[in-house]
Ligand binder design. Structure first.
Ligand SMILES: CC(C)(COP(=O)(O)OP(=O)(O)OC[C@H]1O[C@@H](n2cnc3c(N)ncnc32)[C@H](O)[C@@H]1OP(=O)(O)O)[C@@H](O)C(=O)NCCC(=O)NCCS
Length: 441
């Protein structure tokens, strides 16, 4: 059965997915120079325009024959095509497999992540009939694994000698993504410090919220449903130069590039805020409602959340999210170690922030839940509360975490290096404790 192109077109304000066109021949020629891309995409080598045109015709035929969808990835800022992304039906019946590639010069800017997320989210939330997306990745292909993990794919295991690569059998890692994983991958949770809120900081936060509300109202008008602060922005407390301001925008429809430009224009220059950056998540209330918020860890500062329970995680969902986190941890730690070993200068502090916020905190929360602590309370706990809970299970580890929290706000180079090492060690301890706990359960 013939398939149709997504309508409206898939874009997220940074990239747009569009059907392949004759004008993409130059991009395909660049792709064909990378052996691996040429092989997985079946690009003609050596490349010529005739072969390129046939390749483009085959992409359109995939849709006509019901095999799947493939698109060029367009970078909106430059209007340039920078890679390809697709979803093809393979095995088992009803499941589809994503594939993505990006030209080397544009790598490392989240383009593959954005393109994959757009396509996968669309496939799982519209009438495609797809219940499972499944990806197989070579164990050496760390960037590709990272892309899948960032999108929310769950690693299911290693398939031994499953694929054939240039005539020899090869192991592959199996990943999958289901509709319910889409938002579970990053529940919006508190990252607040204990309520020793600094009043000056709290006043800055409320001014920032007012500015954001004015800008989003003027840009989105009746499409805006609610503005939600979570994380540090709820309590008004933070570690200087350590936190982001987390904002969730609930709206009707997708947040488009035109919307982004309108918000920027209305926002103008913000006065300095206590945050390093603003992190924004968009929730389309016209799509299927999936849990994104953790009860008690967010504050609606403009508008009203529709049918709120649909957006709230319950203890079971948090427990499942925690288990998936712990399962994924070994792979994530290996990547972190590699990234940390080469982080230097200002990038080192950013890496440390990410290690703490996006690894240690969710890993520790998940472990504490695994140890029987109440999920909802653990998920809204700040750092010091987490350390206190950890003390009951592992006093030495909790003490090491306390020491990191004490030196971090003012840390210089040497302290940063030492903190990073401690955090990596703590992550390894969590991984071991999780393994021990799952083998006794
Ligand atoms: C895989 C590929 C699509 C990634 O494209 P991209 O636009 O650079 O991807 P993103 O920027 O979204 O993410 C790449 C991630 O990999 C990480 N990464 C890059 N090199 C890495 C390495 N050697 N070890 C660990 N992680 C690495 C990046 O840090 C980034 O993660 P982060 O956002 O957490 O920092 C691109 O490298 C490519 O085209 N490769 C060849 C084709 C291919 O392998 N396709 C997948 C087939 S299954």
């Amino acid at each position: 059965m013939a398939l149709t192109y997504p309508n409206p077109r898939l874009e997220d304000g940074v990239v747009l997915l569009r059907p392949w066109e004759e004008q993409d021949l130059a991009l395909l020629e660049r792709g064909s120079r990378d052996d691996y891309v040429a092989e997985i995409e079946h690009l003609p080598v050596p490349f010529d325009d005739e072969g390129g045109r046939k390749w483009i015709a085959r992409q359109h035929a995939h849709m006509e024959n019901g095999r799947g969808w493939t698109f060029a990835i367009l970078e909106l800022a430059t209007g340039e095509a920078v890679g390809g992304v697709g979803l093809l039906f393979r095995h088992p019946p009803g499941a589809a497999e994503p594939g993505v590639w990006v030209v080397a010069e544009k790598g490392g800017h989240g383009i593959a992540e954005r393109a994959t997320r757009l396509l996968c989210r669309w496939a799982l939330t519209t009438e495609t009939g797809i219940a499972r997306l499944q990806a197989t990745v070579a164990p050496w292909n760390l960037p590709s694994q990272r892309v899948l993990e960032k999108v929310g794919f769950v690693r299911e295991g290693l398939l031994r000698a499953y694929a054939s690569w240039r005539g020899s059998p090869q192991d592959v890692l199996l990943y999958s993504l289901l509709a319910r994983d889409l938002d579970d991958a990053s529940p919006l949770v508190a990252e607040a410090q204990p309520a020793s809120a600094d009043p000056a900081g709290a006043a800055q936060i409320s001014r920032l919220q007012e500015r954001l509300a004015t800008a989003f109202i003027s840009a989105l008008r009746e499409r805006l449903v609610a503005l939600v602060a979570y994380g540090s922005s709820v309590e008004g407390s933070f570690i200087p130069h350590f936190s982001d301001f987390d904002l969730a925008v609930f709206l009707h429809g997708e947040f488009t590039v035109e919307d982004a430009i309108a918000v920027q224009a209305a926002l103008g220059d913000l006065e300095p805020t206590p945050f390093d950056y603003l992190q924004t998540k968009f929730v389309d209330v016209s799509a299927v409602a999936t849990p994104t918020l953790v009860p008690g860890s967010f504050a609606v500062f403009w508008g009203e959340l529709p049918a709120e329970p649909a957006y709230l995680h319950n203890p079971d969902l948090l427990r499942q999210a925690g288990k998936r986190w712990l399962d994924a941890l070994p792979g994530l730690i290996a990547d972190d170690r590699a990234a940390w070993s080469v982080a230097a200068g200002s990038a080192r502090r950013q890496r440390l922030v990410r290690l703490m916020m996006t690894r240690l905190k969710p890993a520790l929360r998940s472990l504490l839940v695994e140890h029987g602590e109440p999920p909802a309370e653990v998920w809204i706990s700040g750092w010091h509360q987490l350390a206190r809970r950890w003390r009951d299970h592992d006093a030495a580890a909790a003490e090491a975490l306390d020491s990191v929290l004490t030196v971090l706000p003012s840390s210089g180079r040497e302290q940063e290096v030492a903190c990073g090492e401690t955090v990596l060690r703590l992550l390894a301890q969590i991984e071991m404790a999780a393994r021990a706990s799952s083998s006794t359960n």
